[in-house]
Design a protein around this ligand. Structure first.
Ligand code: SAM
Length: 273
């Protein structure tokens, strides 16, 4: 059998040293690329135009595609959530992460500029959300129903969560539970290289100058990531499970799975379920 076998890492980033190193790292380019791509998928330009004489950013207006808010799954210290809240000041943004340490770091950042982020919230929620009989009763293990979280959401995004999940279907199930009909879904992650040698080369190329803990994490993340073919199979499986549960089985069929650059995967589409 060819290729590099998947080897998982711990799901939650709860170790304070690891979480602090992650929060202090410079992911500027990839975080910016994520934000711009998401806005492009929404059909919005970047940077967002500001009306003359108003310091607060452009209102999206009633009936905007984001009236129902954006949820950022596995938000970590909030890198993507803060960027989305800044780019779309009228949109409610909710960051969810299962790691108390990460949520505390995100809250700390938010509180440093209290009042600046009225539309941005963070909650500690570990996926999977528990699915009971009706949408109203979809709860997290902590008991938060989708409505209590502010959902269903007009957009569901996630950066670098998928490779952490031991069971990847947990992500696709959560998207189906949290997305409103017509929601924009944008997921990005690393993809697993074809060989250990390629993983070493990517680590050398992109993390040579980083602290040891981040270099180790990057190499481990590459090994834990999925290939495009594996994600396609996950979506097919999610469709099958959705059909068996009586929801729209075809919900995933229009999604695009694409390789981006030398190390990423992106998955996007409109949730029809
Ligand atoms: C590599 S970080 C990415 C953080 C952030 N999205 C970003 O772009 O910087 C992955 C995050 O997923 C969280 N995570 C992993 N498994 C999770 C689960 N089952 N439920 C919720 N969060 C989870 C981890 O705690 C960690 O903060």
């Amino acid at each position: 059998m060819g290729g590099m076998e998947r080897s998982v890492e711990p799901e939650l980033m709860d170790d304070p040293l690891q979480a602090r190193a992650y929060a202090a790292a410079d992911f500027d380019r990839s975080d910016q690329a994520f934000t711009e791509r998401f806005l492009a998928l929404l059909g919005l330009p970047f940077p967002r135009p500001r009306p003359v004489g108003d310091g607060g950013g452009e209102a999206l207006g009633p009936g905007s595609p984001l009236d129902d808010g954006i949820v950022d799954l596995g938000c970590g210290p909030g890198n993507i959530s803060f960027r989305l809240a800044r780019a779309l000041p009228q949109a409610k943004v909710l960051g969810l992460d299962g790691a108390a340490t990460m949520v505390a770091l995100a809250q700390e950042r938010r509180q440093r500029h209290l009042g600046e982020w009225p539309q941005l919230r963070f909650e500690q929620v570990r996926l999977p959300l528990t699915l009971t009989t009706t949408r109203k009763e979809v709860t997290s293990p902590g008991g938060a129903p989708v409505e209590a979280l502010g959902g269903p959401f007009a957009a569901v995004v996630s950066n670098s969560l998928l490779h952490h999940l031991h069971d990847p279907l947990v992500l696709w199930q959560a998207v189906g539970q949290l997305a409103a009909p017509g929601a924009t879904v944008y997921i990005k992650d690393l993809r697993r290289p074809a060989s250990a040698a390629e993983a070493d080369a990517l680590t050398e190329r992109y993390a040579a100058g980083a602290p040891a803990v981040l270099r180790r994490d990057f190499r481990a993340s590459l090994a834990a990531a999925f290939t495009a073919a594996e994600v396609q199979a996950q979506l097919a499986q999610a469709s099958k499970l959705g059909k068996a549960a009586g929801s729209m089985g075809a919900a995933w069929s229009g999604f695009t799975v694409a390789e981006v650059d030398d190390r990423y995967l992106e998955i996007h589409g409109r949730w029809l379920g």
